[in-house]
Design a protein around this ligand. Structure first.
Ligand SMILES: [Zn+2]
Length: 315
């Protein structure tokens, strides 16, 4: 961490520190983050540039695509004054110095408060260094993902996405949860685990880390033949193919393949999320407790009902 801090500025160092490390020796690679498989395509490059351009133009939002976001804003349980401010900020319709300069009303777009940067909506409501003290009151606001956002619309979109994915993530604590349940052929739980990990940048990375943790646990317990079930189709498909992937989670997938080579048989199966309730409940459990927890031939007592229902559904 010291080395990161001496080579990067604060928020960059924090972002780098959330990249999950691989356990095996792998060469560094350049990936294209705007394509799920990490490979550059002219089409996705073009799309990215178009999106960037659209973002820089005021009021160019695709209303249909953003409908769920507007609904989320209007259903917030805050006063209508606040909802209105958030809505206008997301629509980039608040009068800022940058827009005054664009309309040639004003010649100077420098923020009055910090006197250092251009005043646009994102700066005025989030980025201005003078807001540091307010942001420090709630760690949620200092998450590296929010710091990467390029517009207020992005920022508010990220916050709502995080809340939807809260089964995996707790942005307030900068952590994610991993839940693993190993069952025998009859569906009985042989061992279950819940573990908190530093918050990575995507859901699929959490899925990949959970799969790797599951195999490590199976190896520790001494199983030699396993079926690895997961509800991420992308991850399971990537694990089934032996070729290396440039996707975000590629290095973790490589670890999994390496681990799998020490088993006599590993199969990968995709299951629907509804069929993975025990693992998901363990994931939630992990967010609540900072300690690694393992239960032999059992699940945590709070999850007994979930297991019972799940077990009945196997019949
Ligand atoms: Zn400022």
């Amino acid at each position: 961490m010291d080395m990161l801090e001496s080579n990067f500025i604060g928020f960059e160092a924090a972002m780098v520190s959330t990249i999950p490390l691989c356990h095996t020796n792998q060469p560094d690679e350049l990936i294209w983050p705007h394509n799920p498989n990490g490979e550059y395509l002219v089409k996705s490059g073009y799309k990215f540039l178009q999106l960037e351009e659209a973002r820089s133009r005021p009021g160019q939002s695709d209303f249909e695509n953003l409908k769920p976001l507007w609904q989320s804003i209007w259903s917030l349980s805050v006063s209508s004054k606040v909802k209105h401010l958030v809505w206008r900020a997301a629509k980039n319709s608040l009068l800022m110095k940058m827009s005054l300069v664009r309309r040639k009303v004003n010649a100077d777009d420098c923020c009055e408060i910090c006197q250092g940067q251009q005043e646009d909506v994102l700066h005025a409501l989030y980025r201005c260094p003078k807001l540091e003290e307010l942001r420090a009151l709630n760690p949620l606001w200092n998450h590296s993902r929010l710091k990467q956002t390029t517009s207020f619309l992005d920022l508010i979109g990220s916050i709502f996405t995080e809340n939807r994915e809260s089964a995996f993530f707790s942005m307030a604590n900068n952590c994610a949860g991993v839940g693993v349940a190993i069952r025998n052929g009859c569906g009985q739980v042989m061992v279950s685990l819940s573990q908190q990990i530093p918050l990575p940048s995507t859901v699929i990375e959490v899925e990949a880390l959970a799969a790797r943790r599951a195999l490590i646990l199976a190896q520790e317990i001494g199983f030699t033949r396993v079926v690895l079930e997961g509800d991420s189709q992308t991850l399971i498909t990537a694990l089934k193919t032996s070729s290396h992937t440039l996707a975000h989670f590629g290095h973790i997938a490589q670890d999994i393949r390496y681990l799998a080579s020490s088993f006599s048989d590993v199969r990968y199966t995709h299951v629907r999320r509804q069929c993975n309730t025990v693992a998901h409940s363990l994931t939630r459990q992990a967010i609540l407790s900072p300690f690694l927890q393992v239960w032999m031939e059992d699940v945590p007592p709070e999850l007994a009902d979930v297991l019972q229902v799940d077990f009945q559904s196997l019949d």
